[in-house]
Design a protein around this ligand. Structure first.
Ligand code: ADP
Ligand code: MG
Length: 251
């Protein structure tokens, strides 16, 4: 069994305008295996979003190879790309990207509508994931009637309904308050404990510290790639208990 979910080899992305050429991603190679929780961290302008768009099959590299869950993205046409996105990747964006004036339930059901899941199944699955992110009592609120942190939890529920091989988040806590950001990180850690693969892009060290591995990029290049030994546990009650247990085990 192949347990590599992302493999990039000498990947580059160059934006060309009449005046200027920008090398946004510059000859990057790495692998991510199933079950990892990886933070890609770097300052603004370092190429994080560009890299995420390529990893998310939303854009193609200028040079290099990208193999997503065993499929070489280079060989796929646009329809195949959008199909692979819908089946394999759950996206979470900084700005939540929910439909406004639409219930959280409908928002969460949307990928399944595109994915051809039967209607009764769609509701059942959407309710399950809304409950999982703690929003079982907000199913009929519209997305503009809930807080930023809650909106991001809806987006997380939405990212899970097609049971993706990979969850990709671009600055998931960028638009929300610190306490709510911790709740989001608690959910990510729980999802990862359940075996889900997460790639999270952030410019905030405090947020990256929740991941198991941190890839640091600057000017489109990897400057370090290491296991995160000081993994931060989120402050939810269950995680506090978890941390206490781990500490006790050490003694
Ligand atoms: P980050 O997400 O880390 O802030 P980006 O991937 O958005 O970085 O941008 C990386 C570099 O590429 C920046 O210098 C940015 O100005 C440039 N860039 C991003 N998108 C475009 C584009 N569509 N056209 C030209 N240059 C771009
Ligand atoms: Mg960005």
């Amino acid at each position: 069994m192949n347990n590599t979910i992302i493999k990039v080899i000498h990947l580059s992305k160059i934006y060309k305008t009449e005046m200027l050429e920008t090398i946004a991603v510059d000859d990057v190679s790495f692998e991510i295996k199933k079950g990892e929780f990886v933070a890609i961290m770097g300052p603004s302008g370092s190429g994080k979003s560009t890299l995420m768009h390529i990893l998310g099959a939303l854009d193609r590299p200028t040079k290099g190879t990208y193999i997503l869950d065993g499929e070489n993205v280079e060989n796929l046409n646009d329809d195949e790309l959008s199909d692979i996105r819908n089946r394999k990747i759950g996206f979470i964006f900084q700005a939540f990207n929910l439909l406004p004036r639409t219930t959280t339930l409908k928002n969460v059901m949307l990928p399944m509508t595109y994915g051809g899941v039967p209607k009764e199944k769609r509701t059942e699955i959407a309710v399950k994931y809304l409950q999982m992110v703690g929003l079982g009592d907000r199913m009929y609120h519209t997305s503009n009637q809930i807080s930023g942190g809650q909106q991001q939890r809806v987006a997380i529920a939405r990212s899970l309904v097609m049971d993706p091989a990979l969850i990709m988040a671009d600055e998931p806590t960028g638009n929300i308050a610190t306490a709510q950001a911790e709740e989001i990180m608690a959910i990510f850690q729980k999802l990862n404990d359940e075996g889900r693969t997460i790639v999270m892009i952030t410019h905030e060290p405090d947020i990256a510290e929740h991941a198991k591995r941190i890839i640091l990029i600057r000017d489109g290049r990897i400057v370090s790639d290491s296991n995160n030994k000081q993994k931060r546990f989120s402050s939810s009650t269950s995680d506090k208990a978890n941390k206490k247990q781990l500490l006790e085990k050490k003694i």
